[in-house]
Design a protein around this ligand. Structure first.
Ligand SMILES: Nc1ncnc2c1ncn2[C@@H]1O[C@H](COP(=O)(O)OP(=O)(O)O)[C@@H](O)[C@H]1O
Ligand SMILES: [Mg+2]
Length: 222
């Protein structure tokens, strides 16, 4: 059974002067244990589609369903905190928190604190292939590849089944990009996450199970 479905989703950005219709009937479905890529040209609406899946925006028409329930019928703050973890191209770690504190942060929101939170956070950091030496480093003391891995560890600490990633390798060199893709594949295939990745880098498509190509506001499945 799919965990996330897009059913004929329409979305536009509007202001006083103009309407920009970005999504014009997106339909897709995503299952646990698989890794997916959404590709397409710059400006084609990939990040917008991800924002709807993350519960940051609601569709104008059609529906985004998580385990069969429309995001329109949910408390979106709960959905964002409990169901959809997101990682970004620019990492977005909290600059004044150490790696360990960054990873512990979402646990604090779920009421997991103290020693057990710290032990679990250390496990997540090891899960993404980092050593104990990063625990007490601040983001500006880590390389881009290390920061993105800490960001992935922080998203694991949200304890969701869904992992959304917007151009997660966009700021990384080839070796770090491959490393991040291997981690994301492992999370899908070994740990059972549903991983949905936005990328315009065709070189990464070999890692994923299914590819949705965005064109003229719709998906075509590759
Ligand atoms: N917050 C916004 N307000 C108005 N227009 C936006 C906003 N965000 C994105 N857009 C426009 O929507 C279109 C799709 O953008 P986006 O989803 O970011 O594309 P992609 O991620 O594929 O590059 C673009 O034309 C972009 O300029
Ligand atoms: Mg984008």
């Amino acid at each position: 059974m799919s965990i996330l479905q897009l059913q004929d989703v329409y979305f536009s950005y509007k202001n006083k002067y103009q309407t920009n219709e970005v999504l014009k009937g997106l339909t897709a479905e995503f299952s646990e244990g698989k890794i997916y890529a959404l590709t397409g040209k710059s400006g084609s609406g990939k990040s917008t589609a991800l924002a709807l899946m993350a519960g940051l925006e609601l569709p104008e028409r059609g529906a985004v369903l998580y385990e069969g329930v429309s995001t329109r019928e949910m408390d979106l703050n709960c959905y964002r905190r409990e169901k959809a973890a997101v990682i970004y191209q620019s990492f977005r770690l909290f600059p004044l928190l150490t790696a360990l504190e960054n990873v512990m942060f979402p646990m604090g929101l779920r009421g997991i604190k103290g020693r057990s939170a710290m032990e679990q956070a250390k496990e997540y950091i090891h899960r993404v292939g980092l050593e104990d030496t990063v625990f007490h480093r601040f983001p500006n003391m880590m390389s881009g590849g290390e920061q993105q891995r800490v960001a992935i560890a922080r998203s694991l600490a949200m304890d969701t089944k869904l992992l959304l990633a917007d151009e997660p390798t966009g700021n990384l060199d080839t070796a770090n990009s491959e490393n991040v893709m291997e981690i994301l594949c492992g999370l899908a295939h070994e740990d059972g996450y549903c991983v949905i990745l936005v990328t315009h880098d065709m070189g990464l498509l070999g890692y994923v199970d299914e590819v949705y190509q965005m064109q003229d506001g719709k998906f075509t499945k590759q």
